[in-house]
Design a protein around this ligand. Sequence first.
Ligand code: PLP
Length: 421
Amino acid sequence: MDIIFDLIEKERQRQAHGLELIASENFVSENVMKAMGSVLTNKYAEGYPGKRYYGGCEVVDEVETLAINRAKELFGVDYVNVQPHSGSQANAAVYLAVLKAGDKIMGMDLSMGGHLTHGSGVNFSGIQYQVVSYGVEKETGLIDYNQMREVALRERPKMLIAGFSAYSRDLDYAKFREIADEVDATLWADIAHPAGLVAKGLLNSPFEHCHVVTTTTHKTLRGPRGGMIMMGKDFENTYGHKTPKGETKMMSQVLDGAVFPGIQGGPLEHVIAGKAVAFAEAIDGQFETYAKQVRSNAQALSKAMIDRGFDIVSGGTDNHLMLVDLRNKNVNGKETEKALVLADITCNKNMVPFDDKSPFTTSGIRLGTAAITTRGLKENDMDTIAGLISEVVDNIKNEEVIGSVRKKVNELMEGRALFNY
Ligand code: PLP
């Protein structure tokens, strides 16, 4: 047998025994897994349902149409493109659809919680476009909408981005829209992280305010690794004529063209099938219970961390994640991540707002509850987890303590299935 399958088994064991606190990860269902590991991976299907460049697409047309219709129902939106291979691809398509190279964009600074594709200098978004950014207030850790407005009025970006990878509070999309309108900018929301909570109405909806919305499908949405683009009602009509080249096309056509043939070739129909399965699971009432539990767990974990003297940026969370500022504990993010991994607790080092350390070292870690909630952990387990993290942080170089924490982690996860629903 190919050694690859030994490695897959090794990884399955790692996932089963450990505490997964990476905010962008989750555990998909067995059915999502089945769809992804299916014969659909053999099929080329450049184009869109009913308009393909290859023969034999009748079945995948049905698969993709189902995925689109289920996503429309789940989010209550009028336009969906399920083809982006990843969140970054979905975002690249938005850039291509809305802007010309060299245009100015405005997103949340990476070091404040934004994503690479929101204008980081090492990403295409920061290489191909001029970038200005907004951030959070030093005292509160909350987005500074006044500063955002000031910068927008001064810099007049063509596109404003509402989205984050490491911000634990809800966004005021109406406020974002007000600012975008003042400077005639396109407003794009990237809900990659909180999509599952947005779908269930647990957080503000971006769809009535934002011209275009992108997401990943694999974080709180609990689907396969991938991306998606959506538009709410009316933007198709009111916004459909603004293309970068001055053409008069509907916005849906422009976005579809930006994905294929703009930045991608053949769609991954096996992943699109996995998305369709995950959307059906998310439409189901049980997913609402899950999403509520994700948020309750995040709030319980944040409180339990604060009780142990940890500094949580912004003082808490409205969603599934939190940023822990470790400066008062005299450890950095890098060494903490490493020590936690030795205790079978996975999270990622993360810069905190106004960090004085590099992105390779960082002063913080980011924790999320989407994955552990899928494994069945509840509020009372969050106190246990905060205690385990605290033990490691307080004994960061003590192998014996870390080993004893690992035992407790493995006991906590014992008997909890990876496929839980
Ligand atoms: N947008 C945001 C806000 C993200 O946090 C991420 C991933 O973490 C992405 C986009 C990119 O997704 P992917 O890793 O699928 O390209």
